[in-house]
Design a protein around this ligand. Structure first.
Ligand SMILES: [Fe+2]
Length: 250
């Protein structure tokens, strides 16, 4: 008996998910708030024109962003709920939301958000620079340490170390806060701008209001289909954009 003659059942656990949707209806308002914040911080901090990258102030509590901020909090709550966390008595809150502006040759290096945060995300309120990619890194240090060479780094596979996406105007990204990310270099003359947000989770009573998702419509997130108890086989299923749409950077 040879192994190639055996049909193995494949079980996949501990998945890493990136969730992407296109919601351009928020772009105009978010741009107005971000532009105001950039103007103010440039003036107050006397930021030189030649500085490659500029970060705005935090603006998640700007009243003009009420709808957008609620969308981000509700989507974050629903994603965590769908992932299997006990969210019914919990509430998602903003740690921060701010805009970044990357001039030619600016980039955002690989990093992860700690300090107890649970979700992170990005919103592209302006048409992104064509060369900039959203990159996510394998979060498993054991695998990173022993990785073999990949057969084809242009394909996103179970062997991949990095995957990247090309952002579009109006795209919003969510992922768990433990997932390291970066933005590749903007080599165009067009400024690359986006909004970054970081979300925490606290017991609902701490913020003196009902948790999201109980009496309001939910943002639809398809649950992962992963066998939870090892019984029976499961179909390999990666939530979010199909792997075939992702291209790994070299
Ligand atoms: Fe970040």
């Amino acid at each position: 008996m040879q192994p190639q003659n055996i049909n193995f059942q494949q079980f996949q656990y501990f998945p890493t998910s990136v969730y992407i949707a296109n919601v351009p209806q928020f772009a105009k308002t978010v741009k107005a708030v971000a532009d105001d914040s950039f103007r103010r911080i440039r003036k107050e901090m006397k930021i030189p024109k030649e500085q490659l990258g500029v970060m705005s102030y935090n603006f998640h509590d700007d009243p003009r962003l009420l709808d957008f901020s609620n969308f981000v909090l509700t989507a974050s709550w629903d994603i965590l709920k769908n992932q299997g966390y006990a969210m019914d008595t919990m509430k998602t809150i903003f740690e921060s939301m701010w805009a970044q502006e990357h001039h030619q040759y600016s980039l955002m290096e690989q990093h992860v958000h700690g300090a107890g945060l649970q979700m992170v995300g990005f919103y592209f309120h302006e048409a992104p620079a064509t060369t900039s990619r959203v990159c996510f890194y394998d979060p498993r240090p054991g695998k990173v340490q022993i990785n073999l060479a990949e057969a084809d780094v242009s394909q996103a596979t179970a062997a991949s170390q990095i995957v990247n996406f090309t952002p579009n105007l109006g795209d919003i990204y969510f992922t768990n806060a433990w997932l390291a990310h970066s933005f590749s270099m903007n080599v165009t003359k067009k400024n690359f701008k986006f909004v970054h947000f970081n979300i925490g989770v606290v017991p609902a009573q701490y913020v003196n209001s009902a948790p999201q998702g109980i009496n309001q419509p939910s943002f639809a997130v398809k649950p992962l289909k992963v066998a939870a108890d090892g019984a029976g086989s499961s179909t390999t299923h990666i939530s979010g954009t199909s792997l075939s749409n992702q291209v790994e950077i070299v």
